[in-house]
Design a protein around this ligand. Sequence first.
Ligand code: HEM
Ligand SMILES: [Cu+2]
Length: 774
Amino acid sequence: MRAIWLSTVMGLGAALLVMVIRRWAGFSPAYDEGVVDTFMLAFAGFGFTIGIGCWDYWWGYIIGNATPAHEDHSNHGAHSWRDYFKVNTDHKVIGVQYLVTTFIFFIIGGMLAEGVRAELATPGLQYFSPATYNALFSVHAALMIFLFVIPAFAGLGNFVIPIMIGAQDMAFPRLNALSFWMLPVAGMCMVSSFLVGPFDAGWTNYASLSVHGPPGQTFWVMGVQFAGASSIATAVNFLVTIVTMRAPGMSFWRMPLLVWANLATSTLVVLGTPFIAGAQFQVLFDRIMGMHFFDPTHGGNIIVYQHVFWFYSHPAVYIMMLPGFGIISEVLAIHSRKPIFGYKLIAISTVAIGVLGFTVWAHHMFVSGMAPWLRVPMMFTTMAIAVPTGIKIFSWVATLWRGVVHLTTPMLFACGFLFTFVIGGLSGVFLAVIPVDINVTDTYFVVAHIHYVLFGGSVFTIYAGIYHWYPKMTGRMYDESLGKLHFWLTFIFFNATFMPMHWLGMEGMMRRIADYPSKWADMNFIISICAFALGASTLVFLYNMAHSWWKGAPAPANPWRALTLEWQVTSPPPIFNFDEPPQIVGSPYAYGVPGARHAIVTVHVPPAPEEIPVPVALAQATPVQREAIMSALKHILVVANQTVAGERLIAAVRSRAATDPVRVTVICPQNDPTDTWVVDEAAVAAATRARLEATLAALRAAGIEANGYVVDRDPYTAVLDVVESDPPAEIIVSTLPRTRSGWMRRDLIERLRDRTQLPVEHVVVDEPSETTTS
Ligand code: HEM
Ligand SMILES: [Cu+2]
């Protein structure tokens, strides 16, 4: 491919050119690793993005080619799997590209972690030299942070955010593609550092270790620059998209919380990332140009590195948290069928965390030798961040409270997140306390803390998001039992791996060291075994994703019955998302509020090829054809008694039939306590039968295949009977208003939802004209 040879040619060419210039200018040696590597990587990376075609359009524009009057959208949207390997400007394709790529780096980073755990399984040095060990955890952490967590959120956001706000794409689709294609470049820089002597100064790359470290340090610096450029470009793209492209009616207070989270995160990225880029350039200049930013013997200052680094990297922990918080807000509200508790407070606390995030950076430097007084304000600001974070936690728990909780896989991961993140947050508050931090600095207590927030906080939320939007992205359902298995394995082995590290740390086991005293042998052995099991649990996930994409059941447009916009279009969404801009009319979270709507979406359904009404087709069919027609129809079960012929009920069924061919079973359960004292059994039964016949006639008149019967049971058992014998896809229950309905007094709807796990719609029929009285 053009990308490969262009990046090779440009990389080697640049390296050669630099050497020639150095020879000519009289520098010796002509081959200086640092300088040559820097130019080689920069040009190879740049060449890759050129070769793959990111710059084609802009280049054509610059050299004055005629720009087409109408964009032909030829590289927009995926028409076959091959399109995922090309430059594509469709945010949905880019979102999937991001997720798949980041998971590849997640797996590489995970394998490096298993290497770390293998070495630590027993005391002494077995597999790796101390230097290699340093490289293992450095590359592990760098890949996890810069090539997995941060870009995986960018990928999810890319897919979901434009649809959520009712836009057709991101504001700058070509820039979006360039952002994505810089990622593999960044990842290759980091991974290929193993070829030259990998970087080993930790993911923080402190000077002066980084200045004097092996040649791989240069690879790390260039990797961070590409990853950083990618995230800044994406963040600008998100900001412009969210601020300028929301659908009519979507005020800030009607934005889903994931959009809020992304707005705050993108602001952090735009303000913070230039700092880490600057710090890494300074390291690079110290290395290759003989500058002395961080060399005290020449008037430099080492601590300045840490200040600049953490001024980015503390906000970066929120870059790795806030999008996850957004995902959790969506998942919890949708899967517990309740309006989110404290919508505005969650939104405001998201922004507050973003702002406060810039005021705490030196809590990472309590023992660095910085001015001692600076610790005190940093301690207080750090503790202050616990307030908005606590607000969120309480709001999420309050959302769950008395909701109809559906323990689907995304919901399980969301609950797992709550559990682990609270632990990670609490150990964070401990670490904010100066004397505690001084005591456990650089021990396994910190390693435990990092993983509780990053694995529990970010990886769990990424999983929750992927499962939640998987049906939308692929148009297929994932396997729910495998999903649950994946969750429990991950949850159990995660805690078994990282919880004991708290104790090791408090006993004084130091991090970033390949060996340890033998008194900790047992504990470390157990941890390593659990870490291998944790790694293996990922296989369940990968199998589920790959197999379901290939063979999973087709996903309906809205399997979770969510209100937000991305669920109102087909799965997967059409290439330009919406036929017409949707109109936003209400809150995105009014779950369980009767009649609530978030948006009005116009969908132009293509006219069906032949328009023979189902009953007519059935009447003409042979028994075999009949069977086929019946099984292709979506089965809807309607449960009603007094309200059975209600207009609203019939309208609800008709609207189902408008989108999918349906067949309907209507049941009228009889033994229902009525409001009257004296009951004439025979008369009641006759009246019920008459209402049922009227309903069936009305449905058949509308071209719907309908059957029905009066049953002599209570509604709950009657429904379960049908679910057993002829499983419906959906249930519609029609009752009188709550105050006058015996069924509602017995919580019929909730009980049916819990028991059958099917969508149950409740139609309330009120006006006297709509109920046929006997
Ligand atoms: C199978 C899962 C994982 C295992 C077994 C694991 C194991 C470890 C271990 C043992 C260390 C400490 C090495 C040392 O200090 O000597 C470490 C460091 C680290 N890990 Fe992980 N890890 C895993 C997943 C992750 C994930 C998902 C992330 C981030 C999203 C992450 C981020 C980090 C960071 C930031 C460090 C600090 C590295 C440094 O000291 O510079 N890890 N990991
Ligand atoms: Cu921090």
